[in-house]
Write a protein that binds this ligand. Sequence first.
Ligand code: ADP
Length: 255
Amino acid sequence: IIGAIAIFEDVTKVHRLEQAKSDFLSTLSHEIRTPLTSIKGYISLLLHPKGNFDQPTKKEFLETIDRQADRLVRMIEDLLDVSRIEMGRIQLKRQLIKFKPLIEKVIVNLKPKVTAHSFRINFPPKFPEVWGDPDRIEQVLTNLIDNAIKYSPDGGVIEILGKEVNGQVEISVKDEGIGIPEKHLPYLFEKFHRVDTALTRKTGGVGIGLFIAKSLIELHGGKIWCESEVGKGSKFTFILPISLRKHENTNHKFL
Ligand code: ADP
């Protein structure tokens, strides 16, 4: 019976992944078409023989084209990261990470997406530095904070909390958004998994951000998880071992 249950579970997992993959293909096509349509539209306007636009208008068009092209590049980078992760080809370039400035940088970069949100960064005054890859941890924080913005359409407070627990750092990103139904929590970090709601259909995304975040945190020897309540909000937390460089062991560094 146990064997039969195990096979049954495997079959449902395969079925779920197949479904996620076919949803992914249609979402991906949509995600590629939207920025391309916009790029094409603005270029056609600029090239139109009768289009006599003044300099500020042209600049505005070009800025939109630039933003949409960036969006495509980021998406392709994410897709390439998925294949790098699966082939075990991600190499961490470790150095000491100072969390507070890194988080501030992520928030500044995401500013164009912020509508009615406010941010609270809550770290103890002395917070340990972590020996990790700052670009990759920035990518994790960007995915989590970007989601916190995307999935709280009415705004609210987005809180980023830092704690030191038993030789590890614990970082949480907490929002007051739509929340996630309990039955989705076990699959949330799987590749292509998205919660099908009117909002997720409307917002961009192909369901690989959390998969990438989990893989990168695990590469650092850490863990990531989510607690959430529908209608109240979500809290994503990851822990990372502090593991300082050998010669720095005796010289504990703080922010
Ligand atoms: P994407 O956002 O591109 O769809 P992710 O892998 O980042 O992909 O997230 C997977 C899914 O998890 C999302 O589609 C969404 O349904 C859900 N999700 C992630 N973060 C949040 C959040 N902060 N609040 C509510 N739902 C979330």
